[in-house]
Design a protein around this ligand. Structure first.
Ligand code: GAL
Length: 687
């Protein structure tokens, strides 16, 4: 007994030292990495893979997210040893792991023994084994089995010093229309509405005899669009989907978190503007936003891609990760063109410029067999580097070198665009003009604003907006009562709010607001939308600010307050709009509210954006770049780090407003920089 106590005391005394020896250093601040599937290869191959990764300065791998059948080959029989060996071996090469929970790919034993865990699609067909995402996200048995594998992984890896975070599932997207899900949906509705009378009233189910006398009568809308149901029902179904994804994540996080040492983050990989669930609902329970960034046609649309980055940054309102991006080409487009030489590097720096702290490729090497044999990789089927490898090495070396400079730097914006899934859905179901695309509407504002200010946030209307000087709400069709109150308070507090076509039309039940657009904001605006018109032909719009033509959508505006000013009027238009206000604005204390009732081309949008910035007192950036060149800035203590990427098709020279340190080129102090096609400059400005 006594001896045992002495040994224990000695071990306790030594523990911190043993630990200190085995604890690896913190991962570098700027990470380059790859998805890696050790389960697809003989263990004897791992060392060569990891050596090649190390030589490319890769410091992170994401593993495990499709490995359920290798981790639990039969029910209750686990084999986690191989994964531990792979993670620890990677660690020895200075490579940290993000561990994916493998629930996107249930093993065959599971779905054959528990067929109820397979989803039923909109046509009533049960999905089958052999692909992925065939599970039913609401099914209690699937959740039980997911929890078991998640617990096993957490018990083994929750304290592994090389495991820096958890990715829950992979690109969640598929839902199920089975009876069990329908019952859950009905109870969800019951807790939301309390009584059927309330639900019937708020959905106006008297329309088309849709009234319900029992909760069990309420269907799942199966085919999208108003053809498959009342707008209130459609909205609730998507909100139920979002809440069910949230509980799907929590089902795993709640068992992993208590077994983890607190250092590990929780994330999942999203798909840009994918809209079938409300990402703000799921991201609220995660620690880090991460998304998968693909260019299917091999062309770089840096504005659209930048918007997607900014969406991801807005999920947690902090730096994010690119969890996947293609090395070269994808395999799922019609013509899978590879990125041009230099584009991979240009994109990696563009990612960082928008706030990414990690860029990970999908994938390292293609499995010998499996559905994605043609997808871009870093190694060939022979296990040796492809022509892209040196470019990846260069990115890795640059990330390693400039990581310390970029550590603790962030994008800071005075301008925000509001993005609401509910509003996008409401317009998707009732487009009224197939030319009206809410994301295009967002881009129309994003591009000219960002061009001037070099950073724009994209955030939910539910966040605190008081830090922004200018907030543009493109097509904010659905406004809840609390959002309306917050927007009113924002303007009264000195903020500048801009509403665009189709704003403020619907309420939280996707019902028409009882007042004309912009509904609860009309009295603050001192004006309203008298009527809206889908336009087949362009219409003239004139004013001191602009002489131009508008397209697609025209709203006839009116003013009711003496201090609401008309900025632009329709010229000869569709008869109804002729001579009527197209843009109105009102100063409210130090703030303002503006309503833009139609859609302009890019040149007019730049004039309008400049006017909006001026109204809101937002200064344009002093570092001016030519078209096709993207300039961004990350701020840190005492410094601004400018990242300039030449996405144009020719060499470009940028004159700097002040001397800056050229961090990629021997730290020289420069006043101008010339960038080749796909060229990158990272410039430090001391402050
Ligand atoms: C992603 C997915 C990856 C891989 C990749 C190919 O959507 O998460 O597993 O399939 O696409 O582009």
């Amino acid at each position: 007994m006594k001896n045992a106590a002495i040994v224990t005391a000695a071990l306790l005394f030594l523990a911190p030292f043993v630990h200190a020896q085995t604890t690896p250093p913190a991962p570098p601040p700027l990470l380059l990495g790859s998805a890696w599937y050790p389960e697809q290869w003989p263990e004897s191959r791992w060392e060569s893979d990891l050596t090649l990764m190390q030589q490319a300065h890769l410091h992170v791998v994401r593993v495990g997210e499709f490995a359920w059948s290798s981790l639990e080959p039969s029910e209750g029989k686990f084999d986690l040893d191989w994964l531990e060996r792979a993670i620890n071996l990677a660690g020895k090469h200075g490579i940290y792991t993000v561990l994916g929970t493998p629930t996107a790919t249930p093993p065959a034993w599971l779905t054959t023994r528990y067929p109820e865990t397979l989803r039923i699609d909109e046509n009533g067909h049960r999905d089958e084994h052999g692909n992925r995402l065939q599970y039913n996200w609401s099914n209690p048995k699937y959740r039980e089995l997911s929890r078991i594998i998640a617990t096993k992984l957490a018990e083994r890896f929750g304290h592994n010093p090389y495991v820096i975070g958890w990715q829950i599932d992979n690109e969640i997207s598929q839902t199920s229309t089975d009876e069990g899900t329908q019952k859950q949906f009905q109870s969800w509705l019951q807790s939301r509405y309390g009584t059927l009378d309330n639900l019937n009233a708020r959905w106006t189910t008297a329309y088309w005899s849709e009234s319900y006398s029992d909760w069990s009568q309420i269907p799942i809308p199966k085919h999208g669009g108003v053809d498959s149901g009342n707008p209130g029902l459609l909205l609730c179904w998507r909100e139920f989907i979002s809440d069910t994804w949230r509980s799907y994540f929590l089902n795993q996080i709640d068992v992993i978190r208590p077994l983890s040492d607190g250092r590990q983050f929780f994330t999942t990989n999203t798909m840009g503007f994918f809209q079938y669930y409300d990402h703000y609902v799921t991201e609220a329970i995660l620690d880090l936003a991460a998304w998968d960034d693909y260019m299917p046609d091999g062309k770089v649309d840096f504005i659209g891609n930048g918007m997607e980055h900014d969406l991801a940054r807005g999920f947690k309102r902090k730096n994010f990760w690119v969890m996947e991006t293609q090395p070269g080409n994808v395999n799922w487009s019609s013509v899978n063109v590879a990125l041009a030489p230099g584009d991979e590097r240009a994109l990696a720096w563009h990612d960082v410029a928008h706030g990414a702290d990690a860029v990970n490729f999908w994938q390292w090497r293609s499995a010998r067999n499996g559905q994605e044999q043609y997808h871009g990789t870093i190694l060939g089927a022979d296990g040796t580097p492809l022509p892209l490898y040196p470019e990846i090495q260069q990115i890795g070396a640059e990330f390693e070198k400039l990581g310390p400079l970029l550590a603790d730097t962030h994008v800071v914006s005075e301008v925000a665009l509001l993005h609401s899934y509910e509003s996008r859905w409401a317009i998707e179901w009732q487009p009224q003009s197939n030319k009206f695309d809410p994301l295009e509407e967002m881009r129309r504002y994003y591009a000219p604003l960002r061009r001037r200010v070099q950073s724009v946030d994209i955030v939910s209307p539910d966040v605190d907006l008081s830090g922004y000087k200018l907030v543009v709400a493109p097509a904010l069709n659905l406004i809840t009562e609390s959002q309306a109150q917050a927007l009113i308070a924002y303007v009264k507090g000195g903020g500048n709010l801009v509403l665009t076509p189709r704003s403020g039309m619907k309420d939280a039940d996707n019902a028409l607001q009882p007042e004309r657009q912009p509904g609860p904001l009309a009295s603050l605006l001192g004006g309203r939308v008298e009527q809206f018109y889908a336009l087949a032909a362009p219409v003239a719009v004139n004013g001191e600010l602009l002489q131009t033509q508008a397209t697609t959508w025209g709203e006839l505006l009116s003013t009711s307050a003496p201090d609401t000013k008309v900025v632009l009027r329709y010229g000869k238009a569709n008869g109804w709009l002729d001579g009527k206000p197209a843009v109105i604005t009102r100063r409210v204390g130090k703030g303002s509210i503006t309503y833009i009732g139609t859609i302009f081309d890019a040149a007019a949008m730049q004039v309008l954006a400049d006017w909006l910035l001026k109204q809101a007192n937002v200064a344009a950036a002093s570092l001016i770049v030519p078209d096709g060149v993207e300039a961004s800035v990350r701020y840190g203590k005492d410094k601004a780090v400018h990242i300039i990427v030449n996405f144009s098709e020719r060499e470009q020279t940028v004159h700097l407003p002040t001397a800056m340190i050229d961090e990629l080129n021997q730290g020289r102090s420069i006043r101008e920089v010339t960038l080749p096609v796909s060229g990158v400059a990272v410039l430090r400005e001391s402050r």
